[in-house]
Ligand binder design. Sequence first.
Ligand code: ZN
Length: 440
Amino acid sequence: MAKKFVIALLIACCLPLAACSGGETRPNEKKLVVNDSAGNALAVFVTGKESVGKYSSYVGRAVSESAEIIVSAGLCKKEDAAAELLSGGYVIETALVPQVAEAITQAASQLEPGAAFGAAATDLQGRLIAACDSGGDTAFMRTAPYSSFKPLSVYAQAIERGVAVWSTSYPDSPVKQITRDNGRVTDWPANADGKYSRENVALPKALMRSLNTVAVRCMRDVGVLNSLDFIRDSFGRDLASERARAETYGEEEVLGNCALGYLYEGVSPAEMAGYYQIFANGGTYYAPKAVMRVTKNGEEIYKYSPRGKRVIKESTAFIMNRLLREPVMPGGTGSAARLDEIEVCGKTGSGDDGYWFVGCTPDHTCAVWHDTVPGRSLSPAIFASAVSAFPVSGFGYPECADVKPMLYCTDTGLLSYGRCPHTDVGYFENSHLPEYCDKH
Ligand SMILES: [Zn+2]
């Protein structure tokens, strides 16, 4: 649905609730009501008025979805959807949970005034329970996700395809030399801190420190086109620019785009919140939806029913869930997202166009993006502050009988009988266990 239609509808017709308190609109004024999940009005549209209400980008999304719904239901043609929605009697019930939207808004207040900000949260069955931003629709605006994309484009697929296991390590050293536009030859990729340990680093530490070197090497093993196929087939998102370049010039051409999240067209906070559901619910993707029910004159036209698609195995989802706890550990790039009372997992992303934290709790996902005005990332802290005020069900992440914690040798990455000098505990799929270490 054309975005400009929604914006035009909003600007033309949205009344702040205060302006129609008591519901005293004249009977001949055509009205469209958008409610939150508790049945309270988020917006009331009355023709001829000009104003925009609270959570306007969320309301815009709900109206846009509703337009698609009534067209699909055969009630009108696409070009008549706006007029039909304003023809009177329509009520759109949304998934917006006021407690969640307020929590995100409150958490974002730690940003300086003027910083651009966008965040979105879902439950684990596709309900878009909040989308908040500093204006400009940034909760739905696409920008490069940077390292917050690594779990999707690299690591989940490496685990799923058996390319890597928990203890697989890669050298933290330059992958190649590249010639910059100014003619200088430099090591590539640079890590965030500009340094290389030149040691082999296994997946947990690579995620904790967001090492670009390891992500790029693992991406090569997965395959760029395989990765692009996964994103398309799982989430319905074809990264067409990356695909075209990979097909024309070879996969190396877009290795960094895919491994490090420097995507030409980017992703939105709402999309990222949707994608990360798979790491919290056992591997099923639900497209995020704002609209839960549409009625016209009290008659139900549409009701949301979650239709998920399994995109990774339960075992992969479980291992990724455990791996994504590493970035929020002390010393991790997202340690400020850690909470004592809630099991948080997630990943940071940082670059010229802003700072991300995309994370999960056992009940929700939440993606937070802000621009570089603060000069440092506050996204993990905003995430933590927000989700700590979300409603909690008390359930944990789904367990997986196909995965068990096992002792492994950190020198070889192989399972350990306990004689190895350096060991740690990792999560391995029962049917895909490494050999036992015979070096110690
Ligand atoms: Zn060993």
